[in-house]
Design a protein around this ligand. Sequence first.
Ligand code: NDP
Length: 274
Amino acid sequence: MTDKYCVIGNPIAHSKSPDIHAAFAAATGQDIAYERRLAPLDGFADTVRDLVAQGYRGANVTVPFKLEAAALATRLEERARLAGAVNTLRFDGSEIVGDNTDGPGLVADIVRNAGVPLAGKRILLLGAGGAARGVILPFLREKPEAIVIANRTRATADALVAHFADHVAYPGQIAACGFADIAGPFDVVVNATSASLSADLPPVPASAFRAGTLALDMMYGKEPTPFMVFAARHGATVRDGLGMLVEQAAEAFAVWRGVRPDTADVLAYMRAAS
Ligand code: NDP
């Protein structure tokens, strides 16, 4: 019997996840169906209960429900608990298991697709919202020399440093600063602010980059973001968030199906289609 999955969000019409999961299913020979599901803004929990009743096996969760999904889950994987957000639900009998594959997806895109190992590297993370929080544990597992979190609201970055204090290899492996105090250059700079959504450049100094810095914007779209244009002008190799999107989907597929699909063809297809 075909196993059913979906992605829940509001809005949801723009989501590329059904195309990505259809391609993974075809490539791996897994018999699944995957669709978009619009949940009312006050109706996320009802939507999930409805899916469970209809025999769905799991769901992805996107804006604005990732925090609510974490609260609704009856069990959280460690990476979801520390992220405080859930993008992948697995329905297992009476259990609703919450997971977060956004951070592992970003790391897979940087390490495998961009070919940049993170061990011993200096990483600058711009932003301290949900997306930033989700990548910190997966980054730490790669054993970087340092992760500096720069945020417009400094207190939020400080809170993230405290939140992950038990997971650092040594004091100072994670630090916080305001944008004005960024002391570069860095090997990897990740824009996890939502500035690109409004075509704004986060106030990152040019000194954050050097020739060969990998500058990745979590946002994706047809045009390079102002952050990507600025970083390229200062010598960085730039990348958008499409690879992260495809890799987080592959991680979710692995959570559900126990097989991690190859992503290269799907990423190339999505890149050509965008
Ligand atoms: P949140 O709303 O949780 O956090 C937004 C962050 O951006 C905060 O740190 C905020 O700072 C900062 N910010 C907003 N505007 C500006 C600005 N003009 N200048 C500097 N900082 C700013 O958003 P998310 O963390 O959920 O999402 C962030 C981005 O990541 C979005 O673009 C989203 O589309 C993308 N994303 C991509 C994914 C992918 O698969 N490719 C997956 C998940 C997210 P402050 O604290 O001061 O308000």
